[in-house]
Design a protein around this ligand. Structure first.
Ligand code: F3S
Length: 756
């Protein structure tokens, strides 16, 4: 159904030569990460070695995957590219918009109704342009990708931070913003700073209560939420080879919680078993032909400190189950110390809800091990004292675990099966009573546990653990319970102890599914219409941005001089606004509403220079737009840091802001601005920021005569008192990016090129 064996053959055919060339240039054996990166250079073979953490490099990913929230704007943009089909195999997964309330069937039906316009759009646009479409209920993007698309040695990007899950099958899989996905689908290369490398050597073998999840919970404790920034984490060693492919996926998935670019394991017998078990024996056969290229070179793992920037060693034989939290995934507690920590910190001891599943932990192995505990609870006359929910990661997993009786077992324990979707993991959880904001504890087998994430209640103490530990804790109903040592009182008043969980990595009878929920795109999409209701307040087709008028920009009004931190969240807030992420006009009503105005220290209050009155930023900007007057936004250091969401660049462009002038940019946002045809400028002298006054009229001079790479421009500030200042401003546009500016956007250029 889903994978593309010819594409994989073509990728593997390039491996030996490209790796050989890279090895010669770098002059030493290569890690697995380096092999995959050097095999996916957009230029073909390497002609130089890249400096980790320094060089920006263009890559050619093999695949793109998008979830339904981020896919909307990515595909609306892609429609502007003038292509008949996507340039690389791509898929859309409807998983983020389904709210968990009463149970799988009712919740799914409600979501289909509520999100009909979004699903209709995504389904029709996928059908037209050749993307695989996974319907609501088909499963969560990363589990579906692992089951169908991930392949050893491949490279993919996905518009979701837990895309690295596919690293469990030996793929470099990286989370990106919609603009990047759009570029790759349109046939452009994808740029990444050549990452640093962290090696994690796993020795020994897990047993008993310990699960793959505990490896990453331990790593998160060591590296913290920032420790992996700019790095790819490569796992190796005998311990790594002992883990199931899905267990490896769990570890890679949660690499996002340490800020890692991605994480990866090499190809081994477990990968082969999983590929064959998910009916991809032909990929396993192909992978076996280039096996030596799907792991690090000889010697690399024997002396990892010579090849990695940092090395961590974990002995799986000694690894305890961990519980991480609350409020951050790097607060790691071995289970033997957890009960004391609960008491010491005064966290609510009573456990309200245990939630298993999600993209992180919903493999057959996870569910079967959790079910072994649920079965014990039934046999030993225990009932879950906490609420307990199960979120299967895919319809294939759900169908199989249902066939094998596990869902009935959970039901007998008091568990509720939710839809195959993100649900509570992304705050799509109509949790009864959450609005009262009571202090309470929950424990999940998910990956993130920031305040408010699951149920919107800032007082919910959320902890993260393996599905086995979550299940045991839900049975006990208490955070002070240690299933390894403690007993519980059953219905007969007897003291009983839970035995160690048991399970199977793969179903003995094989996976099964009746309807996986997949829609194959039309062979020829030329007659397919994309469905967008013109009345929709959630979706709106995009119009191309206008080309540059060919003159210097004069008489711009200062819209806002933002003070201090101004992240993409300040520029384009999330929360309820996410509903409008497919409707540029509507979501633009959140533009810069979180930024602090340097002149009055207030958010969302700026002076309208035409009326002299203060108003909300988007309203003032719409006023300027209605009067055909351009404006400029001034910002501080690292403007646009945070999530890579493209709306933060599209909204100002859409509302008529002409330039963003700051002390410094977060690089991804700067690139996003350039892609949208905006001027992204920096003060040559950062203290010139202080010269900007509230009533300034601003000219940008030099565009007409000498806008060229490396040549600064001039900005003239005309102040209200009749005085003026002339300052130098810098930019980082290369020749191609200047072309984007002139054409109005990168997409306008792509469209032109695709016409030729
Ligand atoms: Fe969905 Fe949560 Fe995974 S939001 S993609 S289940 S991290």
């Amino acid at each position: 159904m889903a994978f593309d064996i010819e594409m994989i053959k073509a990728v593997y055919a390039k491996f030996p030569q490209r790796i050989e060339t890279a090895r010669k240039i770098v002059g030493r054996p290569l890690t697995l990460t380096e092999k995959i990166l050097y095999s996916h250079l957009s230029q073909g073979e390497a002609d130089q070695g890249y400096e980790r953490g320094i060089n920006y490099v263009d890559f050619q990913p093999d695949r793109v995957a998008m979830q339904d929230a981020t896919a909307q704007m990515a595909l609306l943009q892609f429609m502007q590219a003038g292509r008949d089909k996507v340039a690389v195999p791509s898929t859309v997964h409807c998983d983020h918009l389904i709210q968990a309330e009463v149970g799988a069937t009712a919740d799914l039906n409600k979501a289909k109704d509520k999100n009909k316009e979004v699903y209709d759009f995504l389904s029709s646009v996928s059908n037209k342009y050749g993307l695989g479409f996974w319907k609501p209920g088909a499963g969560i993007i990363h589990q579906v990708v692992l089951e169908n698309y991930a392949f050893p040695g491949g490279m993919m990007i996905g518009t979701d931070s837990h895309t690295p899950n596919a690293g469990g099958l030996g793929m470099i899989a990286i989370g990106v913003g919609g603009a990047d996905a759009c570029d790759v689908m349109a046939g452009l290369p994808w740029e990444l700073k050549f990452p640093k490398l962290i090696g994690v050597k796993l020795t020994g073998k897990m047993s008993g209560w310990t699960a793959a999840k505990d490896v990453i919970l331990k790593v998160a404790g060591i590296l913290t939420v920032k420790g992996g920034t700019g790095a790819i984490v490569e796992y190796f060693g005998e311990g790594a080879r002992s883990l199931s492919a899905t267990g490896k996926g769990t570890i890679c998935n949660m690499g996002a919680e340490i800020g890692a670019t991605t994480s990866i394991f090499g190809y081994d017998e477990k990968s082969e078993e999983y590929l064959r078990g998910t009916e991809r024996g032909d990929i396993a056969d192909l992978a076996n032909t280039i096996k030596e290229h799907l792991t690090g070179d000889e010697g690399v793992y024997a002396n990892p400190e010579n090849y990695f920037d940092q090395v961590i060693e974990i002995n799986l034989s000694e690894l305890e189950p961990h519980i991480n939290g609350p409020f951050t995934p790097d607060l790691a507690w071995p289970i033997s110390q957890f009960a004391a920590a609960v008491k010491e910190h005064g966290w609510p001891e009573k456990l309200e809800v245990g939630l298993i599943g999600s993209c992180t932990n919903s493999s057959y192995e996870d569910i079967s091990r959790a079910a072994s505990l649920a079965q014990q609870a039934v046999d030993k006359k225990l009932r879950a004292r906490s609420e307990y929910t199960i979120t299967p990661g895919s319809e294939q997993v759900r169908f199989t675990v249902d066939r094998d009786g596990f869902l009935d077992t959970f039901g007998a324990m008091g568990g509720v099966v939710l839809a195959n979707a993100c649900g509570p993991c992304i705050g799509q959880w109509a949790r009864h009573g959450a609005e009262k904001k009571e202090k309470n504890s929950i424990i999940t087998s998910f990956n993130r546990n920031f305040a408010k994430r699951a149920d919107g209640n800032p007082n919910t103490h959320s902890f993260v653990a393996s599905p086995e530990i979550v299940t045991a804790m839900a049975i006990a109903g208490s955070l002070s319970f240690n299933p390894l040592t403690d007993t519980l009182t059953n219905e007969n008043g007897e003291q009983v102890k839970l035995d160690e969980p048991t399970g199977l990595e793969m179903p003995a009878k094989g996976f099964a599914v009746e309807d996986a929920g997949y829609q194959q795109p039309a062979e020829d999409g030329s007659n397919v219409s994309v469905i967008v209701d013109p009345q929709s307040d959630r979706l709106q087709l995009l119009d191309p941005f206008q080309p540059w008028e060919g003159t210097d920009l004069k008489g711009l009004k200062l819209l806002i001089k933002a003070k201090g931190k101004c992240t993409t969240d300040h520029i384009s807030m999330a929360g309820p606004w996410l509903r409008f992420r497919g409707h540029l006009d509507n979501i633009s009503n959140n533009m810069l509403i979180g930024a602090i105005n340097a002149f009055n220290d207030e958010a969302n209050s700026v002076k309208n220079q035409l009326t002299g009155e203060y108003g909300e930023v988007p309203a003032v900007q719409r006023y300027y737009k209605a009067n055909n007057i351009g404006s400029i936004v001034v910002g501080d250091e690292n403007y646009g840091e945070g999530s890579s969401r493209e709306h933060a660049a599209m909204e100002p462009r859409f509302l008529g802001v002409r330039a963003i002038l700051v002390k410094s940019f977060a690089r991804i946002h700067e690139t996003n601005l350039k892609k949208q045809g905006m001027l992204a400028l920096t003060f040559d002298n950062p203290s010139d920021y202080d010269l900007i006054q509230e009533d300034d009229n601003i000219d940008i001079i030099g565009l007409e005569e000498f806008f060229a790479p490396g040549t600064p421009l001039t900005v003239v500030l005309s102040h209200a008192d009749g005085t003026s200042d002339e300052i130098k401003v810098q930019h980082t546009y290369n020749a191609g990016q200047i072309g984007w500016f002139k054409a109005g956007s990168a997409l306008n250029i792509i469209k032109e090129n695709n016409k030729k």
